[in-house]
Design a protein around this ligand. Structure first.
Ligand SMILES: Nc1ncnc2c1ncn2[C@@H]1O[C@H](COP(=O)(O)OP(=O)(O)OP(=O)(O)O)[C@@H](O)[C@H]1O
Length: 242
């Protein structure tokens, strides 16, 4: 998939959110989109998925099957999770019955398959959102903040799911402000800043800096570091020196 001089803005007189994006994502490649809050990560992903259309330029060579998982799965629909996923399978020409049970087992949501989407928590709805994008193996999987809102057990599954899509020759585009990029070894990094997107090095070519702050300021420090686009990898209690 190629972004060819892609420009985008939300409205004819609005300032450009993204300008002159020229990037390629090869089959079998993963790119993690990083950048400060509001920099345009979701916008870039929606352009990749075809949910938004560029104001100028084109997104070329988009694979036929695109799995799109928005940051907030629109759960205000009058279906149960099972009915929704069955219907999504049919749209792809699939009888997804067995796959739905397999995914429900893997992501631990068998207990709410027959619950209406509108009654699910955000994290549970995100699981349904993830599965609908995977029922038919995607040539391009676009995940907007996939770790956000998911329980720890399901978060652990995300790198494996990404690896499976890539292993089948698909490409994956993931946005990440929680700094989970380290969990996707070999992923390329795309940095969004000031309306421009630069392809960086592959994950793994980074330095880890340890720093200590007062416990009361830890939450604030993490939010501020993330708002600058830094990956905060973990927060732990200081081990007292003997
Ligand atoms: N539907 C919309 N209409 C108008 N402006 C929008 C719309 N969606 C996003 N924007 C603006 O476009 C800019 C980029 O937003 P976007 O959601 O792509 O950023 P982001 O990097 O994904 O942010 P975050 O990390 O907070 O999710 C922001 O200034 C945002 O306010």
């Amino acid at each position: 998939m190629r972004f060819q001089d892609v420009w985008f803005r939300y409205g004819r007189r609005a300032p450009w959110t993204l300008r002159g994006v020229d990037l390629t994502l090869e089959p079998g490649e993963t790119a993690v989109v990083a950048g400060p809050n509001g920099s345009g990560k979701s916008t870039l992903l929606q352009l990749a998925a075809g949910v938004l259309v560029p104001g100028r330029g084109i997104v070329a060579q988009r694979p036929k099957v695109v799995g799109w998982v928005p940051e907030r799965f629109p759960a205000d629909q009058p279906f149960t999770a099972r009915a929704y996923l069955t219907h999504m399978g049919k749209i792809h020409g699939l009888d997804a019955t067995a796959d739905i049970d397999r995914w429900a087992d893997r992501l631990n949501f068998g207990h709410f398959l027959d619950v209406r989407l509108g009654r699910l928590s955000k994290g549970s709805a995100q699981k349904v959102g993830l599965v609908q994008a995977l029922l038919k193996p995607p040539g391009l999987l676009v995940l907007d903040e996939p770790w956000e809102g998911l329980d720890a057990q399901t978060r652990e599954q995300v790198p494996a799911i990404v690896a499976e899509v890539v292993g089948q020759g698909g490409s994956v585009l993931v946005s990440d402000h929680l700094g989970e990029v380290a969990r996707l070894p070999g992923a390329r990094r795309w940095d969004v800043r000031d309306g421009e997107v630069r392809a960086g090095e592959r994950a793994g070519g980074k330095k880890v800096i340890e720093l200590a702050v007062d416990a009361a300021e830890a939450g604030d420090a993490v939010s501020r570091l993330r708002s600058f686009g830094f990956d905060v990898l973990s927060v732990r209690d200081e081990v007292p020196q003997r």
